[in-house]
Design a protein around this ligand. Structure first.
Ligand code: SF4
Ligand code: SF4
Length: 135
């Protein structure tokens, strides 16, 4: 059994199609939507974790690409280098799930990895390159 994180980009015409339903019904995979930004008529993004046999996941990726969905591997881990961090707070402003926050009392950066959806926004925002993703 394999588990893979996929970063999906949907063209506007596909944004409202029940893609995860097909992954369950047609491929017997277990999808877990970690993040989704989908609006009718607009390009959509979804961070999806799928579990199942490796070859079936490959088939599902082919299916998605055949449907016009751009599929990229998403990060599997994230690391904060506390030696590089100067607690400027820029990353907290872009972290929508609230995985990165500033503790008001201690003025320290708090990283709750369980809330991270590997969107990379903090990696781009950090002027110190203190945050890295592993693929
Ligand atoms: S990658 Fe960074 S910005 Fe995105 S959810 Fe994780 S900690 Fe927050
Ligand atoms: S943006 Fe970088 S330096 Fe600033 S608080 Fe976040 S990790 Fe630290």
């Amino acid at each position: 059994m394999a588990k893979r994180r996929l970063d999906l980009t949907f063209p506007p015409r596909q944004a409202t199609k029940p893609i995860t339903y097909h992954l369950v019904k047609d491929f017997d995979l277990t999808p877990n939507i970690l993040r989704a930004q989908i609006q009718p008529g607009q390009e959509g993004r979804m961070l999806l974790e799928v579990s199942g046999p490796r070859e079936v996941i490959d088939q599902a990726v082919e299916f998605l690409e055949g449907e016009g969905v751009a599929v990229h591997a998403a990060a599997s881990d994230i690391c904060l280098d506390e030696q590089q961090c100067v607690v400027c707070g820029l990353c907290t402003a872009v972290c929508r799930p609230g995985a990165l926050t500033l503790d008001q009392d201690s003025a320290e950066l708090v990283f709750d990895k369980d809330k991270c959806v590997y969107c990379e926004a903090c990696v781009v925002a950090c002027p110190r390159r203190a945050i890295t993703l592993t693929f």
